[in-house]
Design a protein around this ligand. Structure first.
Ligand code: C5P
Length: 212
């Protein structure tokens, strides 16, 4: 059995004490993946941004707010994990400066300066040991399979799950599971738990090395 790290949900980047940037992610795919992994007898740690969903009691949950916090927590857990499933939708940008007080309206346009946040899957993918594996998600609107394969390679993933924007905040998902060599392993349409069970089954077949 494996120790699986799952990143889940959105992150938040505050501009001031009350306003923030975020992503439309519910954490439902992360919950479904955790449930499927636990059903298969794996140990599960979830690093999650702010979500309303309930994660399974048997999973260890680490709550974070920002992408940098998610990066730090995930990097720490990954050292002792066998694999990572990156199901979170972390903010790709954060304000260069976070105001200590609420920004007041001035009647003028507001110019925000945003800087890139680290990519968690790419960072952990690039640093993974030979006995570790990384599964990413790719949300695309055009050239879905091609772009997902490019993303898998750029982020050093062993497998990637491609889905479309309508998966966000939905009960269902329609995915293609692609292997590191570009092979389409399976196309699944259905409730997120059914999709998650399919993903876990391919992870077991292709990525989890049974101890001797
Ligand atoms: O590049 P894009 O955001 O489409 O890639 C999606 C994949 O990358 C997902 O697995 C997501 O969890 C991961 N990701 C990440 N850190 C970011 C942005 C995306 O781990 N800052």
């Amino acid at each position: 059995m494996a120790h699986i790290l799952i990143t889940s949900g959105p992150t938040r980047q505050y501009l001031d004490p009350v306003r923030y940037l975020t992503n439309a992610s519910s954490g439902r795919m992360g919950t479904a993946l955790a449930t499927a992994a636990l059903e298969n007898g794996h140990e599960v740690t979830i690093v999650s941004g702010p979500v309303e969903v309930d994660y399974p009691d048997a999973a260890k949950i680490i709550r974070v707010m920002t992408t940098l916090e998610m990066m730090d927590a995930a990097a720490m857990v990954f050292q002792k994990a066998d694999g990572l499933i990156g199901a979170a939708a972390p903010c790709d940008y954060m304000p260069r400066k976070v105001e200590a007080s609420k920004l007041s309206k001035t009647g003028q346009p507001l110019q925000l300066e945003l800087i890139e946040t680290p990519d968690i899957v790419a960072t952990l993918g690039a640093s993974k040991r030979s006995d570790q594996w990384v599964v990413g998600f790719a949300l695309e609107t055009d050239d879905v399979r091609f772009r997902s394969i490019v993303k898998m390679s750029k982020k050093c993933c062993d497998m990637i799950v491609s889905n479309r924007a309508d998966a966000m905040n939905s009960e269902n998902n329609s995915v293609e599971i692609l292997f590191t060599d570009g092979q389409l392993l399976e196309q699944i349409d259905g409730p997120k738990l059914e999709v998650a069970r399919g993903i876990l089954s391919w992870i077991a077949k292709r990525l989890i090395k049974e101890s001797p």
